[in-house]
Design a protein around this ligand. Structure first.
Ligand SMILES: [Zn+2]
Length: 393
């Protein structure tokens, strides 16, 4: 299979114009391929339908979509074969936003931290430091007085281990989400990494030599047994059968849903970023796997009594990938130019309180995520710089 070249735009077009056209082309594709209607802000939102008192039970799951994929492998005619679950199962139930712009730094940890704070963070992408601004987990727990067990992050690499809480005054240590790192957990559980697990332990794809050493193996094993209710033997035996790190993350997330039932659960997928290795077939395989895993997570929501009927799921990439025609870029492989293709991404919202089968192409930003979650769940994201997305709240 050879990569299809990205749609070309006149070189005189501004970044805003290119972003707008990308959003339009996604919108038009989804109308054809998934039969969704074009939304307008005049439509109004279906009100949260639960009876009084159930707001406390409302759950929200954020899934970041794998490090970003181009449209020609996803939301375009030539890419649709890679996302059958999203197109056939999830999008007909979704409000889909086709123009979500990320104006921040395009590294995975810093961009995910920006998604989680609602501020374009400027921290060093390659150091395990906390975000500078309060995270969605801290706002949620403080305003709604929720226990630590109610907010969890499942993250792909050791570099994400500080994402659960900020350095911010009034928040900080102990006030945010607990972060579970499935690879760190597997390493702790399996002793020395062996050939059985090498395919699951790759820490990140951008700088293969970077993986901060983390202590706390004992704490990880306690999480395994006390929180996830998994024996070391069961966990390692199950992991051996899994094909990728994201499979492992979804397995852990499902255990968390079953045992802890957090109201705010954040899962960062990362397999697609194997694109940095330059192997197009592995990149496409990862898109297909991520598409399937998103559908499996949504099926898990329906199967868990704590979640069925009262859960909203938001799926979005942290950012996109470079366009082919940019002289400094390299198409699907990297995201280093900061061009509109790498900045203009999308978001899918489905479940409780969300209008189904609608596509919106008005511009929103990555930093609008946290204020929108706050408005949906009833807490204030006071320091976030984005705005609630009006079609969701
Ligand atoms: Zn990357």
């Amino acid at each position: 299979m050879t990569p299809v070249r990205q749609q070309r735009f006149p070189s005189t077009a501004s970044p805003q114009e290119i972003a707008h056209r990308l959003g339009r082309s996604r919108r038009d594709f989804l109308r054809e391929a998934a039969g969704v209607a074009i939304g307008s802000s005049l439509m109004g939102r279906r009100a949260w339908a639960g009876p009084a008192g159930t707001a406390r039970k409302r759950k929200l799951i954020v899934v970041t979509f794998g490090g970003g994929a181009r449209d020609q492998e996803t939301f375009a005619p030539e890419g649709q074969e890679n996302i059958p679950h999203m197109l056939g199962e999830l999008i007909p139930q979704s409000s889909f936003f086709t123009q979500v712009t990320n104006h921040g730094i395009l590294g995975h940890y810093v961009a995910t931290a920006s998604l989680a704070t609602g501020v374009y963070e400027t921290l060093n992408n390659f150091s395990a430091v906390p975000p500078d601004h309060p995270t969605v987990f801290e706002y949620f727990r403080k305003d709604l007085r929720r226990p630590v067990s109610d907010a969890w992050v499942v993250a792909p690499s050791n570099g994400f281990n500080r994402i659960g809480e900020s350095d911010s005054r009034g928040y900080g240590p102990g006030s945010g989400a607990r972060v579970i790192l499935p690879k760190h957990l597997l390493r702790a559980a399996s002793g020395a990494p062996g050939p059985n697990y090498d395919h699951l332990l790759h820490d990140n794809y951008e700088t293969p030599l970077y993986a901060p050493e983390l202590g706390g193996g004992e704490f990880e094993l306690q999480q395994l047994e006390r929180v996830l209710k998994l024996s070391v033997d069961d966990f390692t035996a199950h992991a051996r059968a899994l094909s990728s790190p994201d499979e492992l993350s979804v397995y852990i997330a499902r255990q968390l849903m079953r045992q802890e039932s957090p109201s705010l659960l954040w899962i960062t997928m990362h397999d697609i970023d194997i694109a940095h290795a330059g192997a197009y077939s592995l990149y496409v395989d990862a898109i297909r796997r991520t598409d399937r895993l998103c559908a499996e997570l949504w099926q898990a929501v329906q199967a868990e009594p704590e979640y069925a009927g009262n859960t909203t799921m938001l799926i979005l990439p942290d950012f996109g990938r470079d366009a082919d025609e940019d002289a400094g870029g390299n198409g699907f492989q990297h995201h280093r130019t900061g061009d509109p293709a790498s900045r203009t991404t999308w978001m899918m919202a489905l479940g409780a309180g969300v209008r189904a089968g609608v596509v919106y192409d008005n511009p929103v930003q990555s930093i609008d995520l946290v204020p929108s979650i706050g408005a949906m769940m009833g807490f204030s994201a006071a320091q976030a710089q984005g705005r609630p997305i009006k079609e969701l709240v």
